[in-house]
Design a binder for this molecule. Sequence first.
Ligand SMILES: Nc1nc2c(ncn2[C@@H]2O[C@H](COP(=O)(O)OP(=O)(O)OP(=O)(O)O)[C@@H](O)[C@H]2O)c(=O)[nH]1
Ligand SMILES: [Mg+2]
Length: 364
Amino acid sequence: MGFNCGIVGLPNVGKSTLFNALTATASAQAANYPFCTIEPNVGRVAVPDPRLDALAKIGKSQKILPTSLEFVDIAGLVRGASRGEGLGNQFLANIREVDAIIHVLRCFVDDDVTHVEGGVDPVRDAEIIETELMLADLDSLEKRIVALQKKARGNDREAQAQVALMEPMIEVLREGRPARTAIPVGQEAAASRLQLMTTKPVLYVCNVEEASAATGNAFSAAVQARAAAEGAACVIVSAAIESEVSQLGEEDRKEFLDGLGLSDSGLDRVIAAGYGLLGLRTYFTVGPKETRAWTITAGTKAPQAAAVIHNDFERGFIACETVAYDDYVKYNGEAGAKEAGKMRIEGRDYVVQDGDVLLFRFNV
Ligand SMILES: Nc1nc2c(ncn2[C@@H]2O[C@H](COP(=O)(O)OP(=O)(O)OP(=O)(O)O)[C@@H](O)[C@H]2O)c(=O)[nH]1
Ligand SMILES: [Mg+2]
C-alpha cells in the first residue's frame, strides 16, 4: 500500500541523517526488517512490532514478516519557498504527494553546521515552514475557487460542495491557521482530495544533541509545548546517535542504548508515530511458515482487509476466524483460544481491530 511520510524541514536540520538512519537500520537487519530503495530518497522501512515475536513463538513460525512504511527524504525548504525561492515549487510538489508530514526541527547547537536562519530557534523554524505551506495552499485554493464559484452559481451541485469546503479553508489560511482546522467532521476524505499540505497530519521530530537524547532540551521543550497546543505529536531524537545505532546489530544496539539511558531507539518511535499519524492498524496472520503483519486503515472491514493479502480473498470472502492478540497470547494460540470461546467467526461487516489474528475463509 502506498502510505508514506515525507520528511520536511529547513535545510541542515538533519532530515537526511534521520532518513539514512531509518533506512540503514532496515538494511542492516535485512533478515527481519526488509528495506528496499525505491528511489534514492524513498525508503520502505519495516514497522517494528514486539507482538510479532510473541505470535511467532506460539505459532512456531519459521519466519517473521513485519509490515512496512515508506519514508521520503525531501530537500530543505527555505523562507519564500511558496514564491519559488530555493527550488521551492519543486519541493512543495514533493510534499503534496505524501500522506503525512514528519517535520524535523533543529534543536542542536553546532557552530560547524550552518543554520540558514542564523541561530537555533525551532519554534520560529516551524513557523517559517508552516507559513510557506499555508501560503502555497492559499494560493492553490484561490486559483481554483474562482471557476468553481461560477459553476456553483449555475447550480452545479458538485461545485457547490467544493466551494462550501474550500471557503472556510481560505478564511483560516488568511488568518494564518492551517487548512486542517477548517475540515468539517466527516469531510476528511473530500478534504484530502484537495491535495493541500496543511490538511496532512504532522509529527514534529526534535533533533537534539547527543547529551539530550534521553530527556530533550530547552529547545525541544518549546516545541513540545507548541505541539501540545496544536494537538500534534512530537518525538525527540538525536539523529547523530540514530545514525550510529543504525550501524549496529541487534545485541550491540541494546547495550549502546542502555549506556545512553535510552529505553528504545528514537527511530522506532518515529516509525511508530508515523504509523499512528496515518491512522494505520495492524492485523496478523500466523502459521508454521510465517507470522506476518498486514497494514489496513482504521475502520477497514474484513473483506477489504483480506484484499491486502490477495484480491481473491476479497472476491471469494466467506468469513474470518478472529482471535484478539491478547487472547491469542493468553490461551497460547488458536486451539487454546477456540477452547476458551475466544475465537469468533466474523462476517463481511466486521471492522478489523488492531492486533486481530485472522484466518480468512474464502472460495473462488
Ligand atoms: N551535531 C550534530 N550535527 C548533526 C545532527 N544531525 C545532523 N547533523 C549535521 O548537520 C548537517 C546537515 O545534516 P543533513 O541530515 O544533511 O540535513 P538536511 O536537513 O537533510 O539538509 P538539506 O538536505 O540540505 O535540507 C550534517 O553535517 C550533519 O552531520 C545532530 O544531531 N547533531
Ligand atoms: Mg537532506
